[in-house]
Design a protein around this ligand. Structure first.
Ligand SMILES: NC(=O)c1ccc[n+]([C@@H]2O[C@H](COP(=O)([O-])OP(=O)(O)OC[C@H]3O[C@@H](n4cnc5c(N)ncnc54)[C@H](O)[C@@H]3O)[C@@H](O)[C@H]2O)c1
Length: 267
């Protein structure tokens, strides 16, 4: 019996990176997983997104751990796709206990050069996406009078970022949503928290470096904010924090921001 046996987690951006690591960590502890990912390249930003092969291999890995998985290809901006995935999850597993709003994009642009398309994509995926997914999933949590929503913000949801104003705005927005939803949902025994990682060793990190014509190490050196002597943290570090926050050990944590930054915000 794992710590999350009998629980169901709905995870966006699950094909690779932090979403995948979290799906596997929860499945290892017995949770059944609904994995949602756009699973194809989108117009912006120009780095590698998750793929349908990654979604399929995730399902196989989860099943090899003894848990169950349903996978859905869809965009968090697409209300119909999100509603269908949430319904598919309820049909398969009967409930959603944990929602990890994790899907997100990042890219650099100076404010005077930023296009409407770049601004809109950033805000629509990183901020409106979690709203669309939460709107669809939370009604089942409200009926059950239980649940936890974990929003993957960033250290950029608590500070400013150079050439990252659209990303920073989206992530501060998610911090705000966390607090507002915590107020609204507490009477239903639903907790809402946000997490704030420093740079994480994922395809996003690699993609951003490539777009800058640099190695991930060079990007990490340029930002040089971590106090601990590491260029970045690993997706499994995020997963460990999510598992704690999703568990009863964090039963009175709501509305709060959980920083995982190797010390970056201390200076
Ligand atoms: N990598 C970092 O350094 C870092 C640091 C702090 C916070 N974050 C945040 O963590 C979250 C996960 O990032 P990651 O590092 O795993 O990134 P990643 O790019 O490696 O993985 C993101 C996953 O989300 C999916 N996705 C992207 N847009 C989507 C959409 N519109 N609809 C559905 N799925 C979509 C991608 O296909 C991909 O599988 C993001 O919200 C990101 O902003 C990342």
């Amino acid at each position: 019996m794992g710590e999350f046996s009998g629980k169901v987690a709905f995870i966006t951006g699950a094909a690779h990176g932090q979403g995948r690591a979290t799906a596997l960590a929860l499945a290892k502890e017995g949770a059944n997983i609904a994995a949602f990912d756009v699973a194809k390249k989108i117009e912006y930003p120009a780095y590698e997104f998750g793929t349908s092969d990654e979604l399929k291999s995730l399902k196989e890995e989860i099943e090899s751990l003894g848990s169950k998985a349903v996978i859905f290809a869809g965009d968090v901006r697409d209300n119909d796709a999100v509603e269908a995935a949430v319904k598919g999850t309820i049909d398969a597993f009967g409930k959603i206990d944990i929602l990890f709003n994790n899907a997100g994009i990042c890219a650099y642009a100076k404010v005077h050069e930023m296009t409407d398309k770049e601004w809109d994509a950033m805000i629509d995926i990183n901020l409106k996406g979690p709203f669309i997914v939460t709107r669809a999933a939370v009604k089942y949590m409200m009926e059950a009078k239980s649940g936890v929503i974990i929003n993957n913000s960033s250290v950029m949801g608590l500070r400013g970022g150079n050439r990252l104003s659209h990303y920073t705005a989206s992530k501060w927005g998610l911090t705000g949503l966390t607090k507002a939803w915590a107020i609204e949902l507490a009477p239903y025994n639903i907790r809402v928290v946000s997490i704030h990682p420093t740079g994480v060793n994922t395809p996003m990190n690699d993609g951003l470096a490539a777009m800058e014509g640099k190695t991930p190490e060079e990007i990490a050196e340029a930002s040089a904010g971590n106090l601990l002597p590491v260029p970045w943290i690993e997706p499994e570090d995020t997963a460990n924090l999510v598992l704690y926050l999703a568990s009863d050990k964090a039963r009175y944590a709501t509305g709060s921001q959980f920083v995982l930054d190797a010390g970056l915000l201390s200076v």
